[in-house]
Write a protein of this length. Structure first.
Length: 228
């Protein structure tokens, strides 16, 4: 009797002929290296569109500063430079802890991975707390965007500057909140011992995202708070 064409695959191989897959390897990849490369490519493409997105906002800043130079010069003096500097230090430090977390995942150090992820989340939360107090002060003094502006002491069109301020820092803050969410997701998976030398792509990709969030703030801080 002839062998059926529908007979089970040979021992040790799946229907695609991939062989025995590690638990973390998706069925449509042949090797962990292929999966890691694909994940990193996808992440870099995502980061590229994020740069394009924020590039449009930065171009709006350049154009509006050209049209309202006096207003921008006067209005930026009403921003809390100390709070902005503190947030810069916080985010730079969080980049360090995130890099240490990625390294810990690569070498299989679960304790260090979890600790550094927790520190990164705490730094991100600290950033948002400081930003909350900054926003509260702007609301209290009426330094609001568009028709909601009712502050005093700034000539020209301060509502334009503060509209841009809330747009730029608000979008960045949204990215920080999203970062906290994905960091928590990675932390939960790390606590289940899902990452190690053979599989750390989620940690690395979240790290790339977090470094971009930090990099955007490094541009926002001097443009809004320091440039005269």
């Amino acid at each position: 009797m002839s062998t059926s064409s529908h007979a089970p695959a040979a021992h040790g191989h799946d229907a695609h002929g991939h062989g025995e897959h590690p638990k973390f390897l998706a069925h449509h990849f042949y090797t962990p290296e292929q999966q890691l490369t694909s994940a990193k490519l996808g992440m870099w493409l995502f980061l590229a569109q994020e740069i394009l997105f924020f590039g449009g906002v930065f171009m709006a800043y350049i154009a509006l500063r050209f049209f309202y130079p006096g207003t921008f010069l006067a209005a930026h003096e009403h921003l809390n430079k100390l709070a902005g500097a503190a947030n810069t230090i916080i985010l730079l430090t969080s980049s360090l802890t995130m890099a240490l977390a990625v390294r810990a995942a690569q070498v299989g150090n679960k304790k260090s991975l979890i600790n550094n992820l927790i520190w990164t989340i705490l730094f991100a939360c600290a950033f948002m707390v400081i930003k909350y107090f900054e926003y509260s002060a702007k609301f209290e003094h009426g330094y609001l965007p568009g028709k909601y502006y009712h502050g005093h002491g700034i000539e020209g069109a301060p509502h334009v500057f503060f509209g841009l301020y809330f747009t730029m820092t608000g979008l960045h803050g949204l990215h920080v909140l999203i970062g906290i969410g994905v960091l928590a997701w990675v932390l939960i998976r790390a606590s289940k011992d899902e990452f190690g030398p053979q599989f750390y792509a989620p940690v690395e990709n979240v790290g790339l995202y977090w470094h971009l969030v930090d990099l955007i703030w490094i541009f926002l801080f001097p443009l809004l708070y320091l440039v005269r």
